[in-house]
Design a protein around this ligand. Structure first.
Ligand SMILES: Cc1cc2nc3c(=O)[nH]c(=O)nc-3n(C[C@H](O)[C@H](O)[C@H](O)COP(=O)(O)OP(=O)(O)OC[C@H]3O[C@@H](n4cnc5c(N)ncnc54)[C@H](O)[C@@H]3O)c2cc1C
Length: 177
């Protein structure tokens, strides 16, 4: 399908908006599934809720709804290869043979060394164009003690996130000028 100029500009624009990389997993009546998503956002802490945008044509879409639960595993820099494994289905490959998994409240796979994982029940779902916005109520949070550098998708590639080195000296130089 040919994209309109507006769609092309939107995609190019969004490629310049860095976003965290998350592995969204689920287990239940429809089986165990997972995919990579950057369209994840905090909604409110009353009650603790986040949202995940899922393409309605994606294989996982209806299966996640059938399971009624999902886990948002926030990936770290050392998960870059794992992210690639989950970003594209390859027949015969059990994607869950990669990674170290546990379960918490809903039975969705929780990545043991994620920077943080939010185990959720799917609440309301809003359809907007090609995607569903799934509002997810957080039932348990997995918070490993030592998070690694973050994993970010920006300019159509992966980047590792770390704090910029202190620039105290440069700042005092700048204020002298
Ligand atoms: C950095 C990044 C961010 C992303 N962010 C988002 C996002 O926010 N939201 C979003 O919706 N997508 C996002 N994506 C895309 C998403 O991760 C998947 O790449 C996309 O859904 C395609 O998934 P897929 O290849 O598993 O197969 P699909 O395109 O979903 O399915 C293709 C075909 O593969 C087969 N198939 C797939 N999975 C299985 C299975 N488990 N068992 C048997 N057959 C199967 C089926 O025949 C199916 O028809 C992102 C991708 C990247 C890299």
């Amino acid at each position: 399908m040919e994209l309109t100029p507006n769609q092309l500009a939107f995609r190019e624009g969004m490629s310049r908006m860095g976003a965290g990389v998350n592995l969204i997993t689920s287990n239940g009546n429809s089986g165990r599934h997972g995919f990579v998503a950057s369209a994840v956002c905090s909604v409110t802490d009353t009650p603790p809720t986040l949202l995940v945008c899922v393409n309605r044509n994606a294989f996982v879409h209806d299966r996640f709804l059938e399971n009624g639960a999902l886990c948002v595993n926030v990936l770290a820099a050392h998960h870059q290869d794992l992210s690639r494994v989950f970003a594209r289905y390859v027949e015969g490959v059990d994607r869950f043979s990669y990674g170290d998994w546990l379960t918490l409240s809903t039975g969705s796979p929780v990545l043991r060394d994620a920077n943080v994982a939010f185990d959720c029940r799917i609440g309301s779902v809003l359809e907007q164009g090609s995607h569903s916005v799934m509002f997810c109520e957080i039932k348990a949070v997995h918070l490993p003690e030592k998070p690694d550098r973050g994993l970010v998708y920006f300019s159509r590639d992966y980047h590792h996130l770390e704090a910029e080195k202190p620039r105290g000296d440069n700042l005092s130089e700048a204020s002298k000028a």
